[in-house]
Design a binder for this molecule. Structure first.
Ligand code: ASP
Ligand code: MG
Length: 409
């Protein structure tokens, strides 16, 4: 007998029929003797609909009130699922985040979970009930309702699994697992049976949208075994594991990409201590996150160029800030480019295998794709290229590293 936490996303509970199908699946696990806690999202489109309603009243609604509103989406699905379970002869109880004390900080609309009191859930499980909990929401110390940010139900599920010391946290979604890359870009993308936690963290932060990044961080911190699988079909999905041996032979596990990038360059800044700080300080102050940073070696005239990337949403603001600070620095010019993307190879095997970068660059060169920036870490190599090369770049690399073929382990 195992304790399983299952999370169902918006499409999986998008209609009454689908909610009935989820109940059937939950019942099947219970009939096999397992204890099951279910975390659900709002019906698909519901959170967007609620945000739309709020925006008809205020362009920037009060974050506290927005949380009161948004949390209702999940309250609908927990009640319906609990009813569906009862209707199928499976005793169940539904709870909002507050009812099971999902304590968060007070950062409305992007709160972080601090603590969960698992006692009530455990008592229900002991009494033979399935427990259904609203994802995406919690309560702060003042007793105000909070939400965790878009896609936050994944994080709720992982946090609840950690608090209950569950044997596995299963994330049911509309895809049947984690793929080597986005199948909409590369139809030959292959579902992975396993991926390491570190690789998943990179994939999630580099733009693969299967899981909310915070849920992966949480799973890593509390060592929660995670599995991503389809709520529509059968199959084992993808296990996000903490063992690296199993994937040793695969040098590259996947290709992640992000379309939301923009690049900024300050040309001709003096090559002196403090310059990088003078450029990035005001950017950080404006709460703009910087990703890649490159500074060239200064030529004789002791001037250098400084380039970095930001999220495309922050581009206009970053450019404005740079214009001001470039003047103060006596820099020659500020350049910006919004038409760039980032493509990354991810794999724990990279640590022990030299030559992967050169193979990557050779493959891209073979297609005439110019690399604008490069950055590496222990388990990834990222390149920035022109937006128009995204699809070609991803497919070329997928081919070059034979990702459509399973590696014999
Ligand atoms: N319903 C919330 C959203 O749409 C949370 C979630 O689905 O995970 O973002
Ligand atoms: Mg979701």
């Amino acid at each position: 007998m195992a304790l399983i936490v299952q999370k169902y996303g918006g499409t999986s509970v998008g209609s009454v029929e689908r909610i009935m199908a989820v109940a059937e699946r939950v019942k099947r696990w219970r009939d096999q003797g397992h204890q099951v806690v279910v975390v659900v999202s709002a019906m698909s489109g519901e959170t967007d609909r609620l945000i739309g309603l709020a925006r008809q009243i205020q362009t920037r609604p009060d974050p506290r009130e927005l949380d009161v509103l948004l949390s209702t989406g999940e309250q609908v699905t927990i009640a319906l699922l609990s009813m569906a379970l009862s209707a199928q002869g499976c005793p169940a109880r539904s709870y909002t985040g507050a009812q099971v004390h999902i304590l968060t900080d007070s950062a409305h609309n992007k709160a972080r979970i601090r603590d969960i009191d698992a006692a009530r859930v455990k008592a229900d499980l002991e009494a033979g009930r399935a427990v259904v909990i609203a994802g995406f929401q919690g309560i702060d110390e003042q007793g105000d309702i909070t939400t965790l940010g878009r896609g936050g139900s994944d994080t709720s599920a992982v946090a609840i699994a950690a608090a209950l010391k569950a044997d596995e946290c299963q994330i049911y979604t509309d895809v049947d697992g984690v793929y080597t890359t986005d199948p909409r870009v590369e139809p030959k993308a292959r579902k992975l049976d396993r991926i390491t936690f570190e690789e998943m963290l990179e994939m999630a932060s580099l733009g693969s949208k299967v899981l909310q990044i915070r849920s992966v961080e949480f799973a890593g911190k509390y060592k929660v075994p995670l599995r991503v699988l389809s709520s529509f079909g059968e199959g084992e999905g993808t296990l996000i594991s903490f063992e690296e041996e199993a994937v040793e032979d695969a040098k590259i596990s996947g290709i992640a990409f992000s379309r939301d990038e923009a690049k900024l360059t300050v040309l001709g800044v003096p090559d002196q201590p403090g310059v990088a700080h003078q450029i990035l300080g005001p950017i950080a102050k404006a709460n703009i996150e910087v990703d890649m940073i490159v500074q060239n070696i200064a030529a004789q005239e002791a001037m250098t160029d400084f380039t970095f990337t930001v999220h495309r949403n922050d581009y206009a603001r970053a450019l404005e800030i740079l214009e001001t600070c470039a003047k103060a620095l006596g820099a020659r010019q500020v350049l910006g480019d919004e038409q760039i993307v980032k493509i990354s190879l991810v794999g724990v095997g990279m640590r022990s295998h030299a030559g992967i970068a050169s193979r990557m660059f050779e493959a891209l060169a073979g297609e005439g794709i110019n690399i604008r920036m490069i950055s590496t870490s222990e388990i990834k190599i990222s390149v920035v290229v022109d937006e128009k090369y995204l699809e070609l770049g991803v497919r070329t690399l997928h081919d070059a590293f034979g990702l459509d073929q399973a590696v014999a382990v």
